[in-house]
Design a protein around this ligand. Structure first.
Ligand code: ADP
Ligand code: MG
Length: 376
């Protein structure tokens, strides 16, 4: 078995100004040059990222000379790689980090015609499946969607959820955490996934804060399992599997900047608990990658880090989108997001192609038997 080392890939995306920032005459403090993102002193603003136009179908595209990144551009830069890795049999994870209103959900799920990276990946996945002409190959895809809210797991595709949420358990043999009883639905087309995703999105827990009236205060995790079953010339089957985790994290802002009180403040504390646990895990993993020995990785600190264990420090090719507001008024949160991203960039993961060993063994035995009968 080959083990490959991969760095976590980090992409920074800056959205255009929103109306609140325009009303407050905010200045742009983010500058991007090649692969570098710079945050400027709020007293020395730079050019904004607002140079986009609306096409006839309602999608947004960059106007010439602008640094606006369309949904297609983001898919081409990040999503395509995720899809290719899935076809090769690697586990993949993509997660969006950033303060509320910075464009995490826009990047992951999208709004209206501006579909995000998750629907585009799913669409392209089924297009690729449809273009397969080999009849010795079949595909199996499943879809699940959950949210973590106040440290409790809710199945977004289930009619009812138990009080206190679903239980997170650890597989005794493999050590991985999983959600017990989570609905994992087989899907046969992009339309089916789209339907499930709409159902799941509608079931999310939504609470408004001053920062963004519709933004969710929960982490949303979509998991797609993708199996390719390949029959060889002597009729035995090998399964290549990939688990794709797509995570839209809750807003990373500190509770005090959103004017939250009471229950909302408690939520904020819980969100920050899991996000700071995520930060601790990322830091520890970055230390390991830089050669530090005997580092304890605190996956158990939160539900989020338990479920992201494989995505962060295990068998996965991982991408993080750091979503930013361009505005000077968000300087503190933007700086903290960039610091987070910078730490995540240091993590190296060990990814393997997941091929079902049992089938492989059977195949090898059969070849062996055949050779044997030739001799006989
Ligand atoms: P978050 O999920 O981080 O709280 P959203 O994704 O909901 O934030 O984005 C907040 C608002 O900004 C939405 O109205 C969205 O349409 C807009 N927006 C975010 N990113 C972009 C972008 N890259 N281009 C255009 N509009 C965007
Ligand atoms: Mg959101």
């Amino acid at each position: 078995m080959f083990i490959f080392i991969f760095r976590v890939k980090v992409a920074v995306r800056v959205r255009p100004f929103n109306s609140r920032e325009k009303d407050r005459r905010a200045k742009c403090i983010i500058k991007m040059q090649d692969k570098m993102t710079m945050i400027a002193n709020p007293d020395a603003p730079s050019k904004s990222h607002d140079g986009f136009k609306e096409n006839n179908d309602g999608t947004f595209d960059a106007v010439s000379g602008s640094k606006f990144a369309s949904q297609r551009t983001v898919y081409n830069d990040l999503g395509k790689g995720v899809l290719n890795n899935a076809f090769e049999g690697y586990n993949c994870s993509l997660f969006a980090y950033g303060q509320t209103g910075s464009g995490k959900s826009y990047s992951m799920v999208g709004y209206g015609p501006n579909k995000g990276i998750v629907p585009i990946i799913c669409d392209e996945l089924f297009k690729e499946i449809a273009s397969n002409t080999k009849d010795n190959k079949r595909f199996e895809v499943t879809f699940s969607m959950l949210e973590i809210y106040n440290e409790q797991v809710r199945d977004l595709l289930a009619k009812d959820n138990p009080k206190g949420g679903l239980t997170v358990r650890q597989n005794a043999k493999l050590g991985m955490f999983y959600v017990e009883g989570l609905k994992n639905t087989p899907v046969g087309s992009y339309q089916e996934i789209e339907k499930r995703m709409e159902q799941g999105t509608a079931a999310r827990t939504v609470a408004s804060t001053n920062m963004n009236a519709t933004s969710s205060r929960a982490h949303t995790v979509v998991t797609i399992t993708f199996d390719q079953i390949i029959k060889d010339s002597i009729g035995s089957e090998t399964k290549k599997s990939s688990t794709i985790n797509l995570v839209d994290l809750a807003g990373s802002e500190r509770a005090d900047s959103t004017g939250a009180t009471g229950d909302r403040l408690k939520e904020g504390a819980n969100i920050n608990r899991s996000l700071s646990a995520l930060g601790n895990v990322i830091s520890a993993l970055a230390d390991v990658s830089m050669g530090k020995k005997k580092v304890y990785i605190p996956y158990r600190e939160s539900v989020l880090t338990k479920l992201l264990q494989n995505a962060l420090g295990g068998n996965s090719k991982t991408v993080m989108i750091a979503a930013l507001s361009p505005a000077d008024i968000n300087y503190d949160e933007t700086l903290s997001t960039l610091r987070y991203a910078d730490r995540a960039k240091k993590i190296k993961n060990q990814a393997v192609v997941n091929e079902n060993p049992l089938d492989k063994l059977i195949r090898e035995l059969k070849v062996y038997n055949r050779c044997f009968s030739y001799i006989g």
